[in-house]
Write a protein that binds this ligand. Structure first.
Ligand code: ATP
Length: 619
């Protein structure tokens, strides 16, 4: 138990250190300005109280016995006004105001840091579910740095205020000082005990809210409505939502009850403290040991102490919550392999091998250690060679492409690109050398032109190049079809008038994006799987032209596309079972020849209108 507490405390301290360093890097002036101002304003009430005592004595002497002139008490009146104004200002500078003032710098600053860091995370890590969960957990807490800076600043100010008020209390009465100190310790103890409990409940609550939100949206969004309506799964989903919601209610009750208990105890403590102080002071006045000026000062002092102490819980909880989020972020970014920008400068920017573009030696890869998707692969691809990857669904073709591109690191063995492992190159080396079409392409909510143009980011505004790429990718007709042509935005999620493209149209746009780039290595992974047969042939024709002399890798279930290649690699059972030219593999009568003959049969039968496979058709 004690070890667990020490571990938690250590992590909190590390998170605080990490957060302060980050805040310092993002905007140190903001941090310094508000800290100095808050602490400065926080000690002013104590200073004011100190002077207030003599001011009150002078004013009461002038009012009750006419001691002095109006002009002589004038500075005291002005001073009293100033003291009241400062106290008011000091009270206004609370957590909410600080959070608001720091929001722009630290909330948005942390979001930027997250976006930059995410770019450097190894994709092999990102496909792991626990890493992805941790990542979402980290990025959904971008307020944690603002929590730390604003509540940290507020707590520092409160601490300064309490210490300075205690000093004044000490000078007025030792008894008052001891009572105030006891009161402060009790309130702080209560808060630290409760805030841990409230945070645990809040953590559970977040998970439950996420789950309930998921089920709630399932029955309501257009994307899933067709499945829920046609298959009648809405009742099942609703039951899951109700279950998640019931858990939320129970959790909310516990959280609210915890906060109510804390508030009650804090308030009760405050009244008890005030009553004790007043009774004590009245006895002192009655006994002639204390003047009315001291009584007034003690009363004001107690109010100030209570105010400072009563707002500590909120700042403490916010700070604690911020540290919790920062600790998740710190651990995620410290434990996840990422490229260090400093290391970049020492990396290579030139190829090492002038014969082979890709070299794969004993390479094994799996999304989880237990189940390799690719096992002990060995092959080389020469510069200028066109290689087709062929194999059934799920055999690992797309995965192999991603490993060849260095997006995923092999579990064992090695992959070299132009003579070196990917990790040895600077980040931009691959981007400058490779143009790729992924079968799981993504269309951004940008304009049609930009969606194509980003294939060659330097030419993103070059309309002539975009139009030419769209001709080759078979997407040119879209320019006239969409009301705003190249300037029309895609996607309905973000823009009201965004265009929704069909699967085939989207694929044409994504292939056009690949035609934008003019790279040494071109990779096409199922570029025509959603196209009608004529468009498919056109696509293959333009790709063939594009390949001219470049190193290229083609993936397609259409054997006709594979025939564009100089060499064919057949994947089956996690390994390469055949490697050779079309003619070699047909002679071998293995997996490739079987695939080829089966596809040819269906084509022959389709043209004859008979869909039963015909026997004996072949090459
Ligand atoms: N991100 C991922 N996380 C876990 N497993 C994955 C992931 N992506 C793919 N897989 C698994 O890896 C295997 C190979 O997938 P891959 O997409 O490489 O096959 P493919 O040969 O390209 O298939 P297809 O011909 O259907 O496109 C599949 O069994 C798939 O379930």
């Amino acid at each position: 138990m004690a070890a667990k507490k020490t571990y938690k405390m250590k992590n909190k301290l590390k998170a605080a250190q990490w957060g302060i360093k980050l805040a310092w890097k993002i905007d140190k002036k903001m941090f310094l300005f508000w800290t100095v101002l808050s602490v400065g304003l926080a000690v002013l009430p104590a200073v004011a109280l100190h002077y207030n005592r003599s001011i009150i004595a002078n004013l009461s002497a002038f009012l009750s016995s006419g001691t002095g002139t109006f002009a002589s008490v004038m500075p005291d009146i002005v001073m009293l006004g100033l003291i009241l104004t400062i106290s008011g200002l000091s009270a206004r500078l609370n957590d909410d105001l600080l959070y608001m003032m720091m929001y722009d710098s630290y909330y948005l600053g942390l979001e930027e840091v997250m976006m930059d860091s995410a770019q450097r995370i190894d994709l092999t890590e990102m496909v792991k579910k626990d890493v992805r969960d941790d990542y979402f957990s980290a990025i959904s807490r971008c307020g944690s740095l603002t929590d730390l800076t604003s509540s940290g600043c507020a707590l520092l100010a409160k601490l300064a205020s309490i210490v300075s008020l205690l000093a004044v209390a000490f000078s007025a009465s030792k008894f008052i000082f001891v009572m105030a100190a006891v009161y402060i310790v009790v309130v702080i103890f209560l808060n630290s005990a409760f805030s841990g409990k409230v945070r645990t409940v809040w953590k559970e609550l977040r998970e439950m809210l996420r789950r309930a939100d998921y089920f709630e949206k399932l029955t309501q969004t257009g994307d899933t409505a067709k499945e829920t309506r046609i298959f009648g799964s809405a009742e099942q989903i609703k039951a899951d939502w109700e279950k998640a919601y019931r858990q939320i209610e129970q959790s909310e009750v516990r959280r609210t009850f915890g906060i109510a208990q804390l508030t009650f105890l804090s308030k009760a403590g405050f009244y008890l403290f005030m009553v004790l102080m007043i009774v004590y002071s009245l006895f002192q006045v009655a006994g002639g040991k204390m003047g009315p000026d001291v009584l007034l000062m003690i009363f004001t002092l107690c109010l100030h102490i209570s105010e400072a102490v009563s707002t500590v819980p909120r700042s403490y909880q916010q700070l604690d919550y911020g540290l919790y989020g920062l600790d998740i972020q710190r651990r995620f970014f410290e434990n996840t392999k990422a490229v260090d920008p400093k290391e970049e400068q020492h990396k290579a920017n030139t190829a090492l091998d002038d014969e082979h573009c890709f070299e794969v030696n004993g390479m094994t890869f799996g999304y989880s250690e237990a189940k390799p998707i690719l096992k002990d692969l060995n092959f080389k691809i020469k510069y200028g060679e066109t290689v087709a990857l062929v194999g059934g669904n799920g055999c690992g073709k797309t995965t192999l492409i991603k490993v060849l591109l260095g997006l995923y690191r092999p579990t064992s063995g090695e992959v070299k690109f132009m003579g070196r492992p990917h990790i040895d190159y600077r980040k931009h080396f691959m981007m400058d050398k490779v143009g790729v079409f992924f079968q799981d392409f993504y269309l951004f909510h940008l304009t049609l032109g930009e969606n194509v143009g980003i294939g060659n980011i330097k030419e993103v505004g070059n309309e002539r190049m975009i139009r030419s790429a769209m001709e080759k990718g078979g997407a040119a007709k879209l320019i006239n079809k969409l009301r705003q042509g190249l300037g029309h935005r895609l996607g309905k999620q973000v823009y009201k008038d965004g265009a929704v493209l069909s699967g085939g149209e989207g694929q044409r746009v994504a292939v056009s994006r690949t035609h934008m780039s003019d790279k040494d290595v071109m990779i096409f992974d199922e570029p025509a799987s959603m196209l009608d047969p004529i468009a498919e042939m056109e696509q293959f024709f333009h790709i063939k032209q594009k390949l001219g002399g470049r190193t290229s890798i083609l993936v397609s279930h259409r054997i006709g596309f594979a025939r564009l290649a100089d060499r064919i690699l057949v994947l089956d059972g996690a390994t390469i079972v055949e490697d050779g030219t079309h003619d070699d593999l047909m002679k071998r009568s293995g997996v490739y020849a079987k695939l080829f003959r089966e596809q040819a049969q269906w084509y022959d039968n389709e043209t004859s209108g008979d869909l039963r496979p015909a026997a004996g058709t072949g090459q």
